[in-house]
Write a protein that binds this ligand. Structure first.
Ligand code: ZN
Length: 202
């Protein structure tokens, strides 16, 4: 499996493209997906899944454009559906898109298994996508390099977020790489030791 990172949109949200020789999936689309579409064409890839870690505007700006261009299906948690109507972040509305509810549990993707982890706290429907075979977890705005997601937006809750990180992310093998929604990647073990927001978590 190959992975490519495209920071998209005004907040440079990490858009991850994972693919085999023929099929691809996308995690979060925070802006114009033109670069992603170029890559898919150049590599002759069929995009099947658009996985949304959560439904904040800066992770979903390009979802409908990508659906329109590829026919792929978007997936997210129904618990974030209320955010489609949320204007509290004071931004222009995101183009409407349809998505299929994704429950926690195993999901066969790209010839491997993706474990969908419930990681609420930044938003109620926050999901992380764990690929055990590749020792990788895509954590959205749950856990960042030396930081954690904000909990002051609609539906955010610090205790819930801290519990998500402790029970869902910090229980993964220590060498698992954490690919967050913004900024550089990090590791489970090193965040257990060095994350300043979760001092008692390790
Ligand atoms: Zn967010």
């Amino acid at each position: 499996m190959n992975s490519v990172l495209f920071p998209l949109g005004p907040l440079e949200t990490n858009c991850y493209l994972l693919h085999t020789d023929s099929r691809a999936l996308i995690i979060d689309v925070g802006g114009d997906p033109a670069q992603v579409l170029d890559y898919l064409r150049q590599h002759n890839l069929t995009l099947t899944h658009i996985l949304c870690t959560h439904l904040h505007f800066d992770h979903t700006f390009g979802v409908q454009a990508l659906i329109r261009a590829t026919g792929a299906t978007a997936y997210a948690s129904d618990k974030d559906r209320f955010l489609l109507e949320d204007r509290s972040m004071g931004i222009p509305p995101v183009e409407k898109y349809a998505f299929v509810n994704l429950e926690a549990g195993p999901l066969p993707l790209l010839g491997t298994t993706c474990l969908v982890l419930p990681t609420p706290g930044h938003t109620p429907g926050g999901l992380s996508f764990h690929f055990p075979e590749y020792l990788a977890v895509f954590a959205g705005d749950c856990l960042f390099y030396r930081s954690i997601g904000r909990t002051d937006f609609a539906g955010g809750d610090f205790a819930t977020l801290a519990a998500s990180i402790r029970t869902q992310i910090f229980t993964l093998p220590g060498e698992t790489i954490v690919y967050p929604g913004h900024g550089p990647h990090t590791g489970v073990e090193e965040e257990k030791i060095h994350n300043p927001y979760l001092g008692s978590a390790a």
